[in-house]
Design a protein around this ligand. Structure first.
Ligand code: ADP
Ligand code: ZN
Ligand code: ZN
Length: 723
């Protein structure tokens, strides 16, 4: 009997061990943890399978030290999901399993005993025992109904002193949660559904795999559809897993879920401590939480009884992990639903081209919510032709007049979008033309006046704002271009109302976002100026005007997804306007008002934009019509990466499936970043099968080729960003 395991090391293969002395085969199942010797250390590994024959010489096999679990931590579908993800994304299997198992367990600790229960002695107590010690009797009677969380007991007035007392009498003990079925009861009823909402809810069949795309503008009632589906899922005694882009930015989403259901909600995101994460993971795995809400990595949380998966804002870029294990949580969600045999719902006002194409091909059922709840009108969209207009901090007189009208006459709020933080993206010497650049990247340093420094937005470089030119000593330094700080300053100088800036410099921590939301809901007249951060699911009830200050920066991106992102972004920011207030307006400043993209946006046709973008993709064989992956290298030496990728290309070419082609190697759009030169080899395939074969081939060749020591490479399957 040979145990094949996934070890948490960056190697793309499993490892074989002999069973620990005296271990019976029947007591082992995939998904249990083992302690195994690894080099000179001992590590915790996950059992993948028990096989007859080892892949290495039997002589060399070492024995596992210990089996840590009496039952598997992961169901067979979770095992299959991790194995599939490792293969599909060509990422080391041990590291993929690390995404599914919290740190404490990876370090070999046991599942924690989170609950209290009666001991056999406690169960045998005669009725009315301890009736003189009232709170002890109370604790016993609560525990007679079953195991309880300490918090529940506390809420009933049982103190920890009482629990200690009872423990010392041998009447109660700590225990692990046993899989109980969470309550399907509602804390609060939802409103009666509109007909489109009801249709979407009814279209979801339970107990089998199906995928659904729910498309509706912000405020059209998508979340209400999720809540109804979750209620139905809980009724079946099953759990729902909900993915949202960023919890820190949308605390009210979580509150809405918690407010609706009696069942506990387990929340998983990057802001948790290891202990909190472990507790939430256990509540999901044991089945004590009926609802699990989390960001990207929550897709790998095991569930005792999975019944439904929801991916809100499915187009959002944060679902793609950009380093290490580069997976797309949205795509993994669909695979998981297939393996768990349950429905998956992808929701968005602006679905990705991938999902729209899947809907067109009938792989996803497409449901629309066309109106806004409460009848709020969709805002009017207008372009402002910037050609030869005078601008103040990027704002035309036309936009300024609209801002004034909104905050001063109508006493409403204005929301302005500018996707660049800092004061200005360039600092230049007026005497000699010197420009402040980053020493480590092919990029300019951004001027941050508030902090009086220059910062690189691509690496951690930062230095004090110079008082004179380092080349000629000249003291006349100019800033070029525009950032949020500058526009904020200008608006403060001309308006009497408050101006709030929302970008990652101004919004450190959850509290900052919380106070912004309070401002938004207070409905006091003000201007809210921000970056991308503004587009994420917030409701701004009093916003009457939305201004996009520089649409051109978005239109002319080097990334093939640039136009798609631009269209999504404009529709998303527009969605923040005037839901409760009639007659909202969106002004888009551009030098290219005739671009067909704006025409379609003006007419309110996200569909016509997406179909023309899909046509473009089809003719060039780009995703979703072809599958793209990049083999990327980065190295200190300028030419090493290119030479390495060229060698991989040469080795792989003869074996490449006929429906795949290799393009490159090409330098990245920013060739040098943080002191390293970046190159990429593109692989475009017309079938998924071909792409997976090619991915294995490229990785296999890259692993066996000799490479310069400080060169590193990785593969990015379905990259969201090719810059
Ligand atoms: P979305 O998720 O698409 O932004 P929500 O589900 O948050 O939309 O709905 C927007 C607002 O309308 C919320 O305040 C919600 O409570 C309310 N709402 C949703 N559906 C209904 C309905 N059928 N009847 C009345 N109000 C509704
Ligand atoms: Zn100079
Ligand atoms: Zn830099």
């Amino acid at each position: 009997m040979v145990l094949r395991v996934a070890a948490p090391v960056p190697l793309r293969r499993p490892f074989d061990y002999l069973a620990p002395e005296g271990q019976r085969q029947g007591s082992l199942s995939p998904g249990m943890r083992l302690r195994v010797p690894f080099g000179k250390r001992e590590i915790t590994a996950i059992l993948l399978e028990v096989v007859e024959e080892a892949s290495v010489d039997a002589e060399q096999l070492r024995a596992a030290v210990d089996v840590l679990d009496s039952e598997s931590l992961l169901s067979s579908s979770m095992m299959a999901l991790c194995n599939w993800s490792s293969d599909y994304y060509q990422h080391p299997v041990g590291e993929v399993f690390s995404a599914a198992i919290p740190k404490a367990l990876r370090e070999g600790r046991g599942l924690s005993e989170t609950h209290w229960r009666l001991t056999t002695r406690g169960e045998g107590l005669p009725e009315g025992a301890l009736s003189r010690a009232r709170s002890q009797a109370k604790a016993l009677s609560l525990l007679q109904c079953g195991e309880q969380l300490p918090e529940t007991l506390k809420a009933e007035g049982v103190s920890s002193a009482v629990l200690r007392e009872l423990t010392s009498k041998g009447l109660i003990e700590r225990c692990r949660a046993s899989a109980s079925i969470p309550s399907a009861e509602l804390e609060q009823e939802g409103p009666p559904l509109g007909s489109e909402q009801a249709q979407a809810v009814e279209a979801v069949a339970w107990g089998s795999f199906s995928s659904h795309l729910l498309q509706g503008v912000t405020g059209s009632g998508k979340t209400e559809v999720y809540l109804r589906l979750i209620a139905a899922c809980l009724e079946r005694g099953e759990q729902a897993l909900v993915l949202i882009p960023e919890i820190g930015l949308t605390p009210q989403t979580v509150k809405r879920f918690e407010g609706r259901f009696k069942s506990p909600v387990a929340v998983l995101h990057s802001g948790l401590s290891d202990g909190q994460r472990f507790a939430a993971w256990q509540a999901a795995q044991a089945g004590t939480a009926g609802i699990v809400i989390g960001t990207r990595s929550a897709i790998f949380t095991p569930l005792a009884r999975p019944g439904l998966i929801v991916v809100d804002e499915e187009h959002d870029g944060s679902y793609k992990q950009q380093d290490g294990f580069r997976y797309s949580a949205r795509d993994v969600a669909v695979k998981r639903a297939q393996l768990e045999n349950c429905p998956v719902i992808l929701g968005s006002a602006t679905p990705s081209l991938e999902s729209l194409e899947n809907a067109r091909r009938g792989r996803y059922e497409h449901h629309f919510l066309r109106g806004r709840q409460g009848g709020g009108e969709l805002p009017m969209l207008e372009t402002v032709d910037l050609r030869s207009l005078h601008l103040n901090a990027g704002i035309s007189d036309y936009l300024m007049a609209a801002i004034r009208d909104t905050v001063e006459i109508q006493k409403r709020q204005a929301l302005l979008f500018l996707n660049r933080r800092g004061f200005a993206p360039t600092l230049q010497c007026h005497s000699c033309g010197w420009v402040a650049g980053c020493d480590h990247c092919d990029a300019r340093l951004t001027v941050h006046l508030r902090k009086r420094c220059l910062r690189c937005h691509h690496c951690a470089a930062q230095r004090a704002l110079p008082s004179h030119c380092p080349d000629c000593g000249g003291t006349s330094l100019l800033t070029h271009g525009l950032g949020t700080e500058q526009t904020e300053e200008f608006l403060r100088s001309v308006l009497r109302c408050p101006v709030h800036r929302v970008d990652s410099d101004a919004m450190r921590g959850v509290d900052a976002m919380q106070s912004l939301l309070e401002v938004a809901h207070s409905e006091e007249p003000c201007v809210i100026l921000g970056t991308q951060m503004l587009t994420k699911g917030h409701h701004f009830p009093a916003v009457q005007l939305v201004g996009v200050i520089d649409a051109d920066a978005l239109l002319y991106s080097a990334d093939f997804r640039g136009e798609e992102r631009m269209a999504q972004l404009v529709v998303q920011v527009a969605g923040r306007a005037g839901r409760e207030s009639a007659g909202g307006k969106v002004l888009i400043q551009t030098h290219y008002p005739d671009d067909p993209l704006f025409g379609a946006l003006r007419d309110g046709h996200f569909e016509s934009i997406t179909s023309s973008l899909l046509e473009k993709r089809r003719s060039s064989g780009q995703p979703p019509y072809g599958q793209l992956m990049l083999l990327r290298s980065d190295a200190r030496n300028e030419r090493d990466g290119e030479a390495f990728l060229r060698a991989v290309q040469k080795e792989a070419k003869p074996y490449l499936p006929s429906d795949c082609q290799l393009i490159g190697p090409l330098p990245s759009a920013m060739p040098r970043r943080a002191g390293r030169f970046r190159w990429q080899l593109w692989c475009l395939s017309s079938s998924r099968r071909g792409a997976m074969t090619a991915a294995r081939l490229l990785v296999d060749r890259a692993e066996t080729l000799k490479k310069p020591r400080e060169l590193s490479w990785f593969i990015d399957v379905d990259p969201s960003d090719v810059l």
